[in-house]
Design a protein around this ligand. Structure first.
Ligand code: PRX
Length: 567
């Protein structure tokens, strides 16, 4: 029997107080995610239960109980507090998926600070933009990422502390740098946890939009209610499960469902901190006997491509429930997983902004391969007509995915950008920026995004951010960035550029520019292809028409080009 029981029954009787009651939370109480994910679990008698199995580079293994997590997060929290960091200070986590990342997340929350997790593959420019926007006071990082931080720290007067978690000799440290090596610290058993309330800010995740720089999505401690209940009902986690969420906590899935959800339920999870290969993933599932697995379509497509020979070499019989997020989950992937894992992947749709799962195929519900499923109980979801913003009643008609605000994990604003936040609401609906249709049984079918944001392997990339970075290369005159179809990643970044006088197109220059973006932004944002153009298509007012370049890549009709200048 799944945790959700009957979906219809849950829909009828739903109230968020179900989560509040299970968490023993009353309105007005203190609610601190750091405490809920460690101290409370210990108080419930699970201090000795394994919270985390970690496997790092070259097979290094570690194991931590919930009491270890409590002590480690207390120790880091106390250390941060002694530096003078406090309530609502932004603390950036810039680490690979090492245990310290998970402990720092809880530790920073325990002192009432706001955690700003950033993907450790980010280059110095991506990092700088986000730290400057958040006016971040401290960054916790590893030696291997230090050079990127050093490159930008002088441009960031707000950044007072650069904390390095590996063992580090004092003489190697530069200004603002502090070494904090957890294993050499005396563990702190008791600390005063900051009494955050429901609306106290907790996590600040950055996400990309079509225009402007990335936006900081502000979440609050009350989000726990959504994350707890969706983890329980959608991912169906049960006390003896071994759970693996493959997402990096630099992105929202890695915090909502890679830390908060499972640990607030006292579930054992495992983490693999090394690159993807079908062999290493299957081996990991077999070794740790993973029973619940939350992953992404790009990974599933890569596993499919690796072929059936490999799957058959491993014992994957521990798998009980599979779910996926971040991109459209194609019907073939669902059918394939049913065939080779004996279980279908259950799609889940949500966003950095929504903080928790919104639409999903529930355990036990009939799955229609290719459909995202139905809204979580308590979530009112629909599709709106793009002109009138009224809900579409007709089954199968495409509209804009929208939700009635009010669930606990909904973002509270975009950091210092209330205006952009307000633009997300129309007629009392929150607009996700995606398009879908709903069939006659209430199942949602994803169509695509309603903007130019590129979704590559489940990572959102802003064309604007890549275009701006391209312009910083000495050879680039103008740039336009669009999505290009890709078999595995669904979309990849493609750049069209014109060159400044004196530069000649060619493979060397193409590679040089690609590398330039990889270092500045990240490998995810790096164009997989650069097309050199004599001129870019523009409107009469001089605006580059990405739409046209996009249509060309996807072999689509170009549409109205009446405002085109240089056709
Ligand atoms: O376009 C949708 C796509 O990813 C976007 C949200 O990305 P992000 O904020 O980075 O959060 C990703 C993980 C929660 C959405 O606006 N997306 C997410 N899930 C799905 C999806 N597209 C299709 N199917 C999904 N299940």
């Amino acid at each position: 029997m799944s945790n959700i029981g009957s979906y219809e029954e849950r829909l009828r009787n739903f109230d968020w107080s179900i989560a509040a009651d299970e968490l023993e939370f009353r309105n007005g109480d203190v609610i601190n995610i750091g405490w809920y994910c460690s101290d409370r679990i210990c108080q419930k008698g699970k201090a000795g239960k394994v919270a985390l199995y970690y496997e790092g580079f070259a097979g290094a293994e570690k194991k931590y109980t919930f009491n270890d997590v409590r002590l480690a997060s207390n120790t880091i929290g106390t250390f941060l507090r002694e530096l003078g960091l406090a309530k609502e200070d932004r603390i950036c986590l810039f680490m690979d998926r090492i245990p310290e990342l998970y402990f720092s997340f809880l530790g920073a929350l325990k002192i009432g600070s706001i955690v700003q997790p950033l993907f450790s593959a980010f280059g110095d420019e991506s990092l700088f933009i986000r730290l400057e926007n958040a006016q971040t006071r401290a960054i916790i990082t590893q030696k291997k990422h230090l050079s990127k931080v050093r490159k930008i720290k002088d441009k960031l007067p707000c950044l007072e502390f650069i904390i390095i978690v590996d063992q580090h000799e004092a003489k190697e440290l530069k200004e603002k740098e502090i070494s904090f090596h957890l294993e050499t610290y005396t563990l702190v058993d008791k600390m005063d946890i900051y009494p955050t309330k429901a609306e106290s800010p907790s996590v600040l995740h950055y996400t990309s939009g079509t225009t402007g720089q990335p936006k900081g999505v502000k979440h609050v401690h009350y989000s726990l209610l959504s994350q707890y209940l969706t983890t329980k009902w959608v991912l169906d986690l049960q006390d003896n499960d071994i759970y693996w969420c493959t997402a990096d906590p630099g992105w929202v899935t890695g915090t909502s469902y890679g830390i908060i959800g499972p640990w607030s339920l006292g579930i054992t999870q495992c983490i693999l901190d090394s690159g993807f290969s079908a062999h290493s993933w299957y081996r990991f599932i077999e070794k740790y006997k993973v029973s619940v697995w939350y992953s992404a379509p790009t990974a599933i497509r890569s596993l499919m491509k690796a072929g059936e020979e490999i799957v058959r070499n491993y014992d994957l019989s521990s798998l009980r429930h599979l779910a996926s997020v971040g991109e459209p989950l194609n019907a073939e992937a669902v059918i394939w997983s049913e065939k080779y894992f004996g279980r279908p992947f259950h799609d889940t749709f949500w966003q950095t902004e929504t903080g928790s799962i919104m639409i999903t195929n529930f355990p036990g519900m009939k799955i229609k391969p290719g459909s995202m499923g139905k809204p979580f109980p308590g979530i009112k979801g629909t599709v709106l007509d793009a002109k009138t913003y009224e809900p579409i009643r007709e089954p199968g008609k495409i509209g804009l995915i929208a939700f009635k605000p009010g669930w606990p994990a909904m973002m509270r604003t975009y950091w210092n950008n209330e205006e952009k936040y307000r633009e997300k609401f129309v007629n009392g609906w929150y607009l996700s920026g995606d398009r879908a249709s709903i069939d006659n049984e209430g199942y949602f079918w994803f169509i695509g995004r309603d903007d130019d944001v590129i979704n590559t392997g489940g990572h959102l990339v802003s064309p604007f951010e890549v275009e701006s970075a391209l312009l910083e290369h000495p050879a680039v005159g103008e740039s336009a960035v669009v999505a290009k179809p890709d078999e595995i990643n669904m979309e990849v970044v493609k750049a069209f550029i014109t060159l400044k006088p004196g530069f000649t197109p060619g493979t060397d220059l193409e590679l040089e520019i690609m590398n330039f973006i990889r270092k500045k932004l990240s490998s995810v944002a790096m164009p997989q292809e650069i097309e050199f153009m004599d001129q870019l298509p523009k409107t009469r007012s001089g605006k580059i028409m990405r739409r046209l370049l996009h249509a060309k890549e996807w072999g689509e009709e170009i549409g109205d080009v009446s405002t085109l200048e240089n056709d």
